[in-house]
Design a protein around this ligand. Structure first.
Ligand code: NCD
Length: 296
């Protein structure tokens, strides 16, 4: 595999290998074993994903270059495919790509670059799903049979779409909870096991909950009426966080968090929050994902 654009690109052996490598990197450090140049093509804002890829690639020995939309010829109407072909001709060997548009396969078709999807529109974000599964595996010791519920804006979330696919592959049960306006229409097609409207029922059902950011930038009309009501209805209030702690359950958020909307400010880094653990694991898992593309 030279391109990781979707969770579907990963074989069972790849999944096993990513977890094994990431565990090893976390324990003993990321080995400086590569040479060459990668470009981080980020056409949407990012903090965690970009920097964790940059950390991972540099730790492996690569040099990294940042490419953003504003200062590039994309502004002059150049296509993404022509951009990739240009990067290849300049001698780059890999790209990490984040784009507001769904789908990257067509743009990279026939382009001889290694590539990782770092989030394409509302479609997929495979390495975030790997980071989340790796984090859950660390905390619970195993994934098989684990119940995870996604709470919030599943409709516009690429973290959700990659997460469902990956978690189901790993034998986990997946639930969804949120207002009807933020639920994807194809829940059963995605293989979701449980569909909740009550967040309290969802938290009772799960072993871990993933709170998802309200993706305002992808909604043409506001889909929630009030942010304060949203926390009460679907967010992690201090009472709900207390319930999770008492029950030995955990919660995550891929970030960035809208404090006071998806998660009460006091609970973002509270006990049983895995939010910083997800961030901490990012570079190790992403270094492992890059290594997969080198086939060893
Ligand atoms: C997510 C993304 O960009 O898809 N963030 C991330 O990569 N950690 C989630 C989000 O923006 O809400």
């Amino acid at each position: 595999m030279k391109k990781l654009l979707s969770v579907d690109d990963l074989s069972d052996a790849d999944l096993f290998r990513v977890f094994e490598l990431a565990t090893d990197f976390k324990r003993s450090g990321i080995p400086r074993r590569r040479k060459g140049n990668w470009v981080l093509v980020f056409l949407e804002p990012s903090t965690r994903t970009r920097l964790s890829f940059e950390r991972a690639l540099r730790a492996l020995g690569f040099e990294t270059y940042l490419f953003t939309a504003e200062a590039s010829s994309l502004k002059k109407g150049e296509s993404l495919t022509d951009t990739f072909l240009t990067l290849r001709a300049q001698g780059f060997e890999g790209v990490v790509v984040r784009t507001p548009k769904n789908g990257l396969a067509a743009e990279l078709e026939g382009v001889d670059l290694r590539a990782i999807n770092a989030g394409d529109g509302t479609n997929e974000h495979p390495t975030q799903a790997l980071v989340d599964a790796f984090t859950l595996r660390e905390v619970f010791g195993k994934l098989e049979g684990l119940r995870v519920v996604f709470v919030g804006d599943a409709k516009y979330s690429r973290v959700f779409r990659s997460g469902v696919k990956l978690f189901k592959r790993l034998g986990m049960k997946v639930g969804v909870c949120g207002p009807r306006s933020l639920k994807p229409a194809d829940l059963s097609l995605l293989g979701v096991d449980a569909d909740f409207t009550s967040v309290d029922e969802a938290l009772e059902w799960c072993d871990a909950a993933v709170f998802l950011r309200i993706q305002k930038e992808r909604q043409s009309v506001p889909l929630i009426t009030s942010e304060r009501d949203y926390l009460k209805l679907f967010g992690l209030t201090p009472e709900r966080a207390q319930y999770l702690r008492r029950s030995g359950k955990f919660y995550m958020h891929p970030g960035p968090v809208n404090r006071g909307v998806e998660v009460a400010p006091s609970e973002v880094y509270g006990k049983n929050s895995l939010i910083l653990r997800q961030v901490e694991n990012g570079p190790f898992v992403r270094a492992a994902a890059v290594e997969l593309l080198y086939g060893e």
